[in-house]
Design a protein around this ligand. Structure first.
Ligand code: ZN
Length: 339
């Protein structure tokens, strides 16, 4: 080993890695110059002579086109060989690809290896944590569904649950039920009997609709119809970003189906009401009931939409769950009245 190192050193040879754009192939080689790297890399990656090659650094996509720059790069640098029409966006691209291929299982272990390689040299803590979280989940038993296949996932849960999806359905239903219960409690505090009675009737309508929608257990059920679930068919959930943003720029992602730990961690993800339930929706609903003219009816469907549907619910990781007051996220008394 030492001899090999000494001979490499004396010849100016250093070890690098080369890879093609599609990440299908990554190979180690030694080279003494950029020209040498290109020649050997072409050969290893089977790129024809007549194909023009652009060499970029894997990490950030910087083009390496001079010997002097090449000499400054440390050994073990990973170079991507791009041919015409290919673009490399750097390390972020790998995570991006990974997140966009959550269904693909065939290349999972390969992706995991590459993410691990990247993490060795990565300095940004945020990126590391995203990558390591993703890596963990890639390597877990996501596919299994039945209790007998993965007893550990069900640890601490009632024996009545036979599949992961049943557990997750129940967890979604519990959240929706708790929104119903807190709404009811808030309404029961109403002093005016007529207003209260009007709203308890409205809650009855809502309850019937909730029952027919199975309390939206489908939100967390990966086996539910695509339109009715928040995850993909493998059980991956993406944070939808803070209430005042369209997306999550932290790439928060979780698969509670992956392990008991992630199932528990998912408990910290919030189904957040964009227009707040207790501070805005219910008070406005109460006001509407108080002001309701005799000829008008209460619009229970609008209350339902705001309290229980994705039109006003966002799934957010705890880091994206902002508690700030939402003065611009309001509803209107008129919305709750049908004339
Ligand atoms: Zn987020």
């Amino acid at each position: 080993m030492l001899n090999r190192f000494m001979s490499l050193f004396s010849s100016g040879m250093r070890a690098y890695k080369v890879q093609n754009c599609s990440r299908e192939k990554r190979v180690g080689l030694t080279a003494k110059s950029l020209q040498d790297l290109v020649t050997k890399g072409r050969d290893k990656l089977h790129i024809p002579e007549d194909e023009e090659v652009t060499v970029v650094i894997e990490d950030d996509g910087t083009v390496v086109d001079s010997e002097s720059f090449f000499k400054k790069l440390p050994s073990q640098t990973v170079f991507i060989f791009l041919i015409e029409g290919e673009i490399w966006k750097g390390a972020g691209d790998l995570i991006f690809e990974a997140l966009n291929n959550l269904h693909g299982t065939a290349r999972r272990s390969e992706l995991a290896d590459q993410i691990r390689d990247l993490m060795v040299d990565e300095n940004a803590p945020e990126k590391i944590s995203v990558m390591s979280q993703y890596l963990d989940m890639l390597e877990m038993d996501i596919e299994s569904e039945e209790r007998y296949e993965n007893e550990d996932w069900f640890d601490g849960l009632s024996k009545k649950y036979k599949t992961k999806s049943e557990v997750m359905r129940n967890s979604a239903q519990q959240r929706i039920r708790s929104y119903y219960v807190t709404a009811k409690e808030q309404i029961q505090k109403e002093a005016d009997p007529a207003t209260k009675s009007l709203l308890l009737d409205l809650l009855e309508e809502i309850h019937t609709a909730l029952k027919s929608n199975d309390f939206h257990g489908s939100y967390f059920d990966r086996n539910a119809a695509a339109k009715q679930r928040l995850c993909d068919k493998k059980g991956w959930f993406k944070c939808e970003g803070p209430f005042d943003r369209d997306t999550c720029d932290k790439l928060h992602t979780i698969n509670p189906y992956a392990s008991r730990g992630y199932r528990q961690l998912f408990g910290l993800w919030n189904l957040d009401h964009v227009i707040e339930k207790s501070r805005e929706v219910i008070p406005t609903l109460l006001e509407a009931a108080r002001k309701k003219p005799k000829y008008a009816n209460m619009n229970w469907k609008e209350a339902y939409r705001l309290l229980f549907t994705r039109e006003n619910l966002k799934l957010v990781q705890i880091g994206c769950h902002k508690k700030a007051s939402r003065t611009d996220k309001r509803c209107d008394v008129a919305d709750f009245l049908l004339k």
